[in-house]
Design a protein. Structure first.
Length: 405
């Protein structure tokens, strides 16, 4: 009987949670503008520029498990507030980094910002999967992640307009182009934190009595016994790595005379197509997955990604540019689908499992470095074989790896 009382109330908290997904999408996608921008300001190699993504996504690896324990101890709502405040502080740190013209200071600010977003992810993703029936968890997470993709689509347009401005006043003026956008972001994050602190959200307990007596295991040990969770963590690792790698190097690729021949600002604007395709795909995906098994949709999208990247690497030219932009459409449903498939049946270990999955987002730190080293040695276009191999594993996870044993 209590279920009938609580179910209608889930619409409002889900609506509020979408604002979080939008904000961290916006912030994460701005890194794709920071990579070419700081590469120019500090005259960096591809590997040095890839340290932007390395610093950002390493935070997921370092902070995820402590964040999982924080959320377990103080609940989803307080975890979200803590994450928003930490991310806000990270945005503020961009101001002194630009003023001192220090690349390490930028990397430090990115780490703090990402630490806050990690806490947000650990709290918000499983919270969405638990706000309603388990059967429609993938569909629900895809819908909220569609607003995440709206943020990632808006970011390159804003970044190209506000950050990738051709300045003739030297490196100091170019570096300071980031100050105002990140101050505004800090203000927004603190404002949303205040709203979340005052909201009355449904309390969801990660306690499933039927699974509580799992051989008397200590919680943090037993979460590692779920094979489909661990394979899901590998899938998240390679997925985020592939998505971030493509996003990081597309602007530089589109600037090349034999590919797109675009200037940096025009290439930055066109990057919005990559993230925009992901947004459209998520809205479509949340509808499709009400009728088609989520794992089948995942496998199909992964296979299509492999084919598109193969076409890009083999053909080159404008076709390569458009093929890689189209991978965004395939990416659309991958993260939320892998996430919800991996958390399936974890019961009271859900928030611990979410911590494990968020740790795997460190793929966004390591894969761009791997691709960057190939770009420096073999050429930029050929380096896209790195994301191609990533999508092959995701295809396997959609076909077989997601099945609980």
């Amino acid at each position: 009987m209590p279920q009938h009382v609580h179910t209608p109330q889930y619409g409002k908290p889900l609506a509020v949670l979408t604002s979080l997904f939008f904000m961290w999408g916006l912030i994460t996608s701005l890194n794709d503008i920071l990579v070419p921008h700081l590469k120019g300001v500090f005259s960096l190699s591809y590997v040095q520029a890839a340290l932007v993504q390395f610093s950002f996504f390493t935070a997921y690896f370092v902070v995820s498990l402590p964040a999982g324990r924080l959320v377990q101890a103080c609940g989803y709502q307080r975890g979200i507030v803590a994450g928003l405040c930490t991310a806000g502080i990270g945005c503020l740190l961009f101001y002194p980094a630009a003023a001192s013209l220090s690349y390490p200071a930028f990397l430090g600010a990115l780490f703090v910002l990402a630490a806050g977003i990690t806490v947000l992810q650990v709290a918000a993703n499983p919270y969405v999967t638990r706000l309603g029936p388990a059967k429609t968890a993938s569909s629900r997470l895809n819908l909220t992640q569609a607003f995440n993709a709206l943020g990632t689509t808006v970011a390159p347009l804003l970044g190209a307009m506000l950050i990738l401005v051709d300045s003739h006043d030297g490196a100091v003026a170019e570096a300071s182009a980031v100050q105002l956008p990140y101050l505004v972001l800090a203000g927004l994050l603190f404002a949303i934190a205040v709203v979340f602190a005052l909201l009355r959200l449904p309390a969801i307990k990660d306690e499933h009595p039927q699974q509580a007596a799992a051989a008397g295991e200590v919680v943090r040990h037993s979460v590692w016994q779920y094979r489909h969770l661990l394979l899901g963590a590998v899938a998240i690792f390679v997925y985020v790595g592939a998505e971030v790698s493509i996003g990081s190097f597309l602007v530089s690729l589109m600037e090349q005379p034999d590919i797109g021949g675009l200037n940096q600002a025009a290439a930055g604007r066109l990057l919005a197509v990559y993230w925009g395709c992901a947004m459209v795909g998520r809205f479509l995906g949340s509808v499709v997955m009400r009728h088609v098994a989520a794992s089948k949709v995942l496998a199909c999208n992964a296979l299509l990604s492999v084919l598109l990247i193969a076409v890009a690497v083999l053909c080159g030219g404008k076709l390569a540019m458009w093929s890689l932009l189209a991978v965004g459409l395939c990416n659309s449903i991958m993260f939320p689908t892998i996430f919800s498939l991996a958390l399936n049946g974890l019961g009271r270990f859900t928030s611990a499992g979410s911590g494990v999955l968020c740790m795997a987002i460190v793929g966004g730190a390591l894969m761009p470095l791997l691709q960057a080293s190939l770009a420096d040695s073999l050429g930029l276009l050929l380096s896209f074989v790195v994301p191609l191999l990533c999508y092959l594993f995701i295809f396997y996870y959609g076909i077989a790896g997601h099945k609980p044993r």
